[in-house]
Write a protein that binds this ligand. Structure first.
Ligand code: ATP
Ligand code: MG
Length: 426
C-alpha cells in the first residue's frame, strides 16, 4: 500500500437543518500485520455529546464511542466509499495529480466538497467553511470540452490541460459513476450535468431524460431533469436531491448506496449479494416508513425490468436522510438496453426466485418481502406494463428523442419474455 493510502483524516458532517459542517469523527487507514488494508472509524466525543448527532450510515456505523474496524472494501467503510470518487472522478483526479494509482485516502481528500451526501473529509480537526461558489450552468461548454479531452486522450501529459481547466472539472469528481459529468449551479440549486459520449449508441441525455419522465408516469418518485443544448450537443441536467438551496447556503442529505446497505462490493465475487429482495429487507429495517419504501423499491425493480435497464447495479440505488429518517432516494440513472437476446433479459440484481431474470413471474415471486399482497403486486405490474407499452414512444418523442433513436431503443420496452412462464431451470 502506498503512503497515501495509509494515514488518517477527520470526517465532517453537515447535520440536518444546518448549512455548516461539524467534525463527527476520525477515519484511519492502515495495513494490518497480514498485509490486509484495515479501516478504523471512531466518532468524536464532542460529536456524541450533541443532542442532534446522527449516525453517518444506517447499517454499520452506529453512534457509539467504540472504534469500528473493517477489512472489507480496502478498509474504506461503505458510507465513506459512497462519498469517494468513482470511475469518472478517479480518472480526473489521476490526471490532476499525475499519479497512476493514488491511494484511497488521496481520493477522499482530493475530491472537492460537492460530493453526494452530507460528509466531508480533511486533515484539520475543524472543518473548512462550506463551498460557496460552484460552476454555473454557463460554464457547461468549457466543462463539456474538458470532459471530451479527458475521454479522448488519457495518455496526454498532464500539463497539456491547463490547471484552470482541470480545476473546473475537478468539481463534480466526487459524484460517482462512470459517465463524464460535472456539478453545476443555477438559481434553482445544484444539478449533475451528464455529457453525451461520441461512442453512445443513441442520444443518452434525451433518452435518460425520457426514462425519468416515463418512470414518473409509472408512479415512481424520480429526480427532476431537463436537457440543455451546449455547443450543438445535448447535456442532461439532473437536479441533486441531496442538496436544497436555502438563503444561507445548502442543506445536505446523508446518502448511502444500496451497495453499502447490502454490505457488498463492486466486484464480481460480491455479486451474489446484489439483490432487490435483500435490499427490501434492509430498507424495511432502516426506514421509518417501511411499507411505502418497500413498495417504491418494488415499482422501481419492475420498471427496470420493463425498460430493460440492465445497468441497475447497487450504486444506482441509494437511501437518503434529509432529517433523521432514512428513505429510498428518488430514482436516477435509468437507461434502457437492447441486448441481442430476446428470450431472456437479466437485471443487475436478483429480483426473485429465478435470480436476475427480468420476468413478471419472477418479480412476483417474492412480493411479500416488499410487503405487498399478491393482488396488489400483480396490479402494480399490470398497470406499469400497460403504461410502458402504450406511452414509451410518445414520452420519448416528447423528451426530444429522435425517431431514429426511438427505433434503436424500441426493443427495450416490455420485451417478449417479460410474460413468459419461468422454467424451473432458470
Ligand atoms: N440527482 C442526484 N442527486 C444526488 N446524487 C445523485 C443524483 N444523480 C446521481 N447521483 C449520484 O451520483 C452518482 C453517479 O450518477 P449516475 O449514476 O447518474 O452516473 P453514471 O455515470 O451514469 O453511472 P454509471 O456508472 O452507473 O453508469 C450516483 O451513483 C449517485 O450516487
Ligand atoms: Mg450510475
Amino acid at each position: 500500500m502506498t503512503s497515501e493510502s495509509s494515514g488518517e483524516c477527520f470526517v465532517y458532517i453537515t447535520l440536518p437543518g444546518a448549512t455548516e459542517p461539524v467534525t463527527c469523527g476520525r477515519f484511519e487507514l492502515s495495513v494490518n500485520r497480514h498485509g490486509v488494508p484495515e479501516g478504523r472509524f471512531v466518532y468524536g466525543r464532542s460529536y456524541l455529546a450533541r443532542q442532534d448527532a446522527v449516525p453517518i450510515d444506517p447499517v454499520d456505523l452506529r453512534l457509539t464511542d467504540r472504534t469500528s474496524t473493517t477489512n472489507a472494501l480496502n478498509g474504506v467503510f461503505g458510507a465513506l466509499r459512497d462519498a469517494s470518487p468513482d470511475h469518472w472522478g478517479r480518472r480526473v483526479i489521476q490526471r490532476h495529480l499525475g499519479q497512476a494509482q493514488p491511494g484511497e485516502l488521496t481520493y477522499l481528500l482530493h475530491a472537492p466538497d460537492d460530493r453526494a451526501g452530507a460528509l466531508g473529509f480533511g486533515l484539520n480537526a475543524t472543518p473548512p467553511a462550506p463551498k460557496r461558489s460552484f460552476n454555473q450552468t454557463l460554464a457547461l461548454a468549457a466543462l463539456q470540452a474538458t470532459a471530451d479531452a479527458v475521454v479522448a486522450d488519457d495518455e496526454r501529459p498532464v500539463d497539456s490541460m491547463t490547471e484552470q481547466v482541470v480545476n473546473l472539472l475537478l468539481v463534480g469528481t466526487s459524484m460517482g459513476g462512470a459517465r463524464p459529468k460535472a456539478v453545476v449551479e443555477d438559481e434553482a440549486g445544484l444539478w449533475v450535468a451528464k455529457f453525451n459520449l461520441a461512442t453512445d449508441a443513441w442520444n443518452s441525455a434525451r433518452v435518460e431524460h425520457a426514462m425519468l419522465m416515463l418512470a414518473r408516469r409509472c408512479g415512481l418518485t424520480t429526480a427532476d431533469s431537463r436537457v440543455v443544448e451546449v455547443g450543438g450537443r445535448d447535456v442532461l441536467l439532473v437536479r441533486r436531491f441531496d442538496r436544497e438551496k436555502v438563503p444561507d447556503g445548502y442543506l445536505r442529505a446523508r446518502m448511502v448506496s444500496a451497495l453499502t446497505m447490502l454490505r457488498a462490493e463492486d466486484t464480481f465475487q460480491s455479486r451474489d449479494r446484489w439483490s432487490y429482495v435483500q435490499l427490501a429487507e434492509e430498507l424495511r429495517r432502516a426506514c421509518s416508513e417501511p411499507r411505502a419504501n418497500a413498495a417504491e423499491l418494488f415499482r422501481r425493480m419492475c420498471f427496470n425490468a420493463l425498460i430493460s435497464n440492465t445497468d441497475d447495479h447497487p450504486r444506482n440505488h441509494a437511501l437518503i436522510a434529509r432529517g433523521r429518517d432514512w428513505q429510498l432516494s428518488p430514482a436516477y440513472d435509468l437507461t434502457p438496453a437492447v441486448p441481442v437476446r430476446i428470450e431472456r433479459r437479466d437485471l443487475a440484481m436478483a429480483c426473485g426466485d429465478a435470480g436476475r431474470f427480468a420476468n413478471a413471474g419472477n418479480l412476483m415471486s417474492q412480493h411479500m418481502r416488499f410487503l405487498l399482497q399478491r393482488d396488489e403486486a400483480q396490479h402494480l405490474i399490470d398497470e406499469m406494463e400497460a403504461q410502458v407499452r402504450s406511452t414509451w414512444f410518445a414520452t420519448a418523442r416528447e423528451a426530444g428523442v429522435s425517431p431514429a433513436d426511438c427505433n434503436r431503443i424500441a426493443g427495450a420496452f416490455a420485451y417478449e419474455s417479460f410474460r413468459q412462464t419461468p422454467s424451473p431451470a432458470l
